[in-house]
Design a protein around this ligand. Structure first.
Ligand code: G1P
Ligand code: ZN
Length: 543
């Protein structure tokens, strides 16, 4: 017998979801009524009666327990059906795909993305809409408002659902479909890419290393790359998702995926290397002896996407976040397609994808994706690279060299200054914003400022305006820097300094990025007075 309980509760401070949902330390989520209050607030806002949802997460600590709670609450709130990944596992892009494929009413994704997992680390819950993309701000604001007034939640009194077993079960009248988390996603990838060509490349001796960082992409990468595409067994390392990600920080960048970088720059390096993050939406790609910056990756993918069957008709447009380098814009110009510059955060791409204005999108923060889902997609990017490599039959280094020779090179780097006292970071940004009007024409460290502004974006689809999305300072030689504060950090403020300098080909294309950017770095520190306000002269993370 099952009973629905109405549990009395009260608002809990700080349940404010950001653009990536609600992210908190795991013990906070495990606290009394905490998860339940937020989940009830989701259902109160989107409505659950008679609806179908997708449920899954990146497998981090508490993922399995949270899934059982969410299932019982969905049933208690009258949902008709929940499609849940076996073991409560779904990568974020796979969840986005299942939401769309099954024409559901949305989905709940349990993840804190690339943040470490474990009993003392991070957990997160976010709601995605029927289009497969993250809930827009109006919806998350409504959820937040609901958490502030909640007085009860509904819970079915029932045994755990056996999420280890595939198939259909009933939970208090609600249908629970436990599905293979990989199958539909792998089929989607197979529909987009030339698996035959990639298989032939592997059969010809092509070697690859994929670091899944003990996070969710392991089973996806093993099935797609090793089982279906014939990559050698052991191509995927750290391929078993662990509740604490094996102690790894599953953020695919040269700092956190150092073992992969070392291997790709070592003797006997494989042909291609890749890593993805906790929930599988981010990616880093590396060639033998050459790192591909995410901005360059986006540009190369846009220039070559037509080589993959799913994109052979060409692209409708390319979108990038403002701090991402302009390399993709040059490709769009050459292709005669639209180029869009949006604020930081994947949600801004959703409207462009839904409206058919853009096909491929990317951010400098290791996020790349297309209109096949409404999230960035790490494995998708890796597979598109493989498809391109299989068709062009050239090493990554040669593909980059040809790309730069044709389009010029946008030297690019991001410097992060982490855990700064929030008041100091705010004071620095305020002073910088106050100085913008007088900057034009100034020469700082030999660099002449040609313009400066605070990026504002008007969405071309719905006309909504987003102000203060980052300070941009442009120089007469075409270089620029951007400064903004992170919206996802959990400790103090994180200052992100984005640096870019364009070199037209064919000369000056093989400099070290940090050396090429040295004058821009000096000018940025001079103009923003970073050391004076924050006491920091060196960044904590350089990508
Ligand atoms: C960071 C990245 C941003 C990305 C977001 C979510 O946000 O910079 O590009 O969309 O994580 O993955 P930030 O901390 O800079 O606000
Ligand atoms: Zn992620």
């Amino acid at each position: 017998m099952t009973h629905i309980h109405t549990v009395a509760t009260q608002p809990i401070a700080g349940q404010k979801p950001g653009t990536s949902g609600l992210r908190k330390k795991t013990p906070v989520f495990m606290g009394r009524h905490y998860l339940e209050n937020f989940v009830q607030s989701i259902f109160d806002v989107v409505g659950a009666e008679g609806k179908t949802f997708v449920l899954g997460g990146d497998g981090r600590y508490f993922n399995d327990r949270a899934a059982q709670v969410i299932l019982r609450m969905a049933a208690a709130n009258g949902a008709a059906r929940v499609i849940v990944g076996q073991g409560a596992i779904l990568s974020t892009p796979a969840a986005s795909h299942l939401i769309r494929l099954n024409k559901t009413d949305g989905g709940i994704i349990m993840s804190a993305s690339h943040n470490p997992g474990g009993p003392e680390e991070d957990f997160g819950v976010k709601f995605n809409m029927p289009n497969g993309g993250p809930a827009p701000e109006a919806v998350t604001e409504a959820m937040y408002a609901r958490t502030q007034e909640i007085v009860e939640y509904r819970m079915l009194d029932a045994q755990d659902v056996d999420l280890g077993r595939l198939g259909r079960v009933s939970l208090g009248g609600m249908v629970v479909d436990v599905v293979d988390p990989v199958a539909d996603y792998a089929a989607l990838m197979e529909s987009l890419f030339d698996f035959g060509a990639i298989r032939a490349m592997f059969a010809g001796g092509f070697r690859m290393r994929v670091d899944s960082m003990c996070a969710v992409t392991g089973p996806y990468a093993v099935e797609i790359l090793e089982n279906r595409l014939g990559a050698a067994k052991g191509t995927v390392v750290n391929g078993t998702p662990l509740p604490d990600f094996g102690g790894m920080h599953p953020d695919p960048n040269p700092t956190w995926a150092k073992a992969l970088m070392d291997e790709m720059f070592g003797a006997d390096a494989p042909d291609f290397g890749a890593a993805s993050d906790g929930d599988g939406d981010r990616n880093m790609v590396v060639g033998r002896g050459i790192y591909v910056s995410p901005s360059d990756s986006l540009a190369v993918l846009a220039a070559n996407a037509h080589l993959a069957p799913g994109y052979k008709a060409g692209l409708k447009g390319v979108a990038r976040s403002m701090p991402t380098s302009a390399a993709a814009d040059r490709v769009a110009e050459a292709l005669g397609i639209g180029a869009y510059e949006t604020p930081t955060g994947w949600k801004f791409f959703g409207n462009l994808l839904d409206a058919g204005r853009a096909t491929i999108c990317g951010e400098e923060s290791f996020g790349t994706g297309s209109d096949h889902v409404r999230e960035k997609d790490g494995l998708w990017a890796i597979l598109l690279w493989l498809n391109i490599l299989a068709v062009r039959k050239q090493p990554v280094a040669a593909i980059l060299a040809e790309h730069w020779a044709k389009f010029g090179r946008n030297y690019y780097s991001r410097h992060d200054f982490e855990a700064i006292a929030a008041d100091k970071a705010d004071a620095m940004m305020a002073a910088l914003r106050g100085s913008l009007a007088g900057l034009k024409g100034n020469s700082v460290e030999g660099m002449v400022v040609s313009g400066a502004d605070d990026f504002a974006y008007t969405d071309p689809v719905d006309g909504s305006v987003s102000q203060k999305q980052g300070v941009r300072v442009m120089f007469a030689d075409g270089s620029r820097f951007v400064l903004r504060l992170s919206g996802t950090g959990t400790e103090g403020a994180t200052l992100r300094l984005y640096l870019e300098r364009y070199a037209a080909g064919p000369a000056g294309l093989d400099l070290d990025p940090q050396e090429a950017l040295a004058p821009v770095i000096r000018a940025a520190h001079g103009i923003a007075r970073i050391a004076e306000f924050t006491g920091r002269t060196e960044p904590d993370v350089v990508t």
